[in-house]
Design a binder for this molecule. Structure first.
Ligand code: ADP
Ligand code: MG
Length: 222
């Protein structure tokens, strides 16, 4: 659908956007697999790269079987269910629930506005927090995703276009990712390390920043 241009067409998120987002995630996790593995080797069990790659390649395979009429919310629910069933690590159920909840928030409508996307991503954060009980500052994916959604909403509220608001969300996710370095892990495997988790970037916050960047790309480069 149209992007925001000088003629004032509002950018929306439709099935094509969500499909591009998921395919872009599949590509980026293949590219970044080794990097994520290294991050998880430092404070976890070195499977985060493999988990995300496996999960999103399974999502990509499911996309190939969809007809053009599937609404964006349903695509996200399918992606979430696929992640839950294909990823063994903590990130599978966490991201799986997040996408499922975001998809349910979008419902059956053929396209969503920026504000509706922000609501869906808020629902995603809520699902992650419900399942994993992490708060901001616990050195998890929440430290990248929650500020990204806040930035998206704040930018939209100040009148920014969806592409510009998503650029702000991507920057906030990257800042949140980097901010995990000095944190002490309080959730997940990294928490077993206690003080030794300090000084390392959280793998899940890193993959979150990649997912948010992929969303920005899917919306703006439609
Ligand atoms: P596992 O930890 O089971 O090996 P992964 O390596 O795929 O799974 O994912 C690890 C990432 O999952 C962490 O870097 C962190 O961001 C995220 N994570 C782990 N536990 C939680 C939790 N309770 N809440 C939110 N995120 C979590
Ligand atoms: Mg791991």
């Amino acid at each position: 659908m149209g992007r925001v241009t000088t003629d004032g067409v509002e950018t929306v998120v439709d099935a094509a956007t969500v499909t591009r987002w998921m395919r872009s995630c599949a590509d980026v996790f293949v590219e970044q697999r080794d990097y994520l593995t290294q991050l998880d080797a430092a404070i976890g069990d070195a499977d985060h790269g493999a988990n995300m790659t496996r999960g999103f390649s399974a999502v990509e395979a499911k996309l190939d079987g969809l007809d053009g009429g599937t609404p964006p919310g349903k695509i996200l629910v399918l992606a979430g269910s696929t992640l839950v069933s294909t990823v063994g690590g903590a990130s599978g159920p966490l991201w799986g629930s997040a996408f499922r909840r975001a998809g349910k928030a979008l419902g059956e409508q053929p396209s969503a506005t920026g504000a509706e996307l922000a609501d869906a991503l808020d629902a995603a954060v809520a699902a992650i927090v419900e399942l994993g009980a992490a708060e901001r500052g616990d050195k998890t994916m929440v430290d990248a995703l929650a500020p990204a959604v806040d930035a998206l909403r704040a930018s939209l509220a100040s009148g920014a276009s969806l592409p510009d608001a998503l650029a702000a969300a991507r920057t906030a996710a990257e800042d949140g990712m980097r901010a995990t370095v000095p944190m002490l892990a309080r959730k997940g495997r990294a928490s077993y390390l206690g003080e030794r988790s300090i000084g390392h970037q959280d793998p899940g916050a890193t993959s979150t920043a990649l997912i948010v960047a992929a969303l920005e790309q899917a919306v703006t480069r439609g």
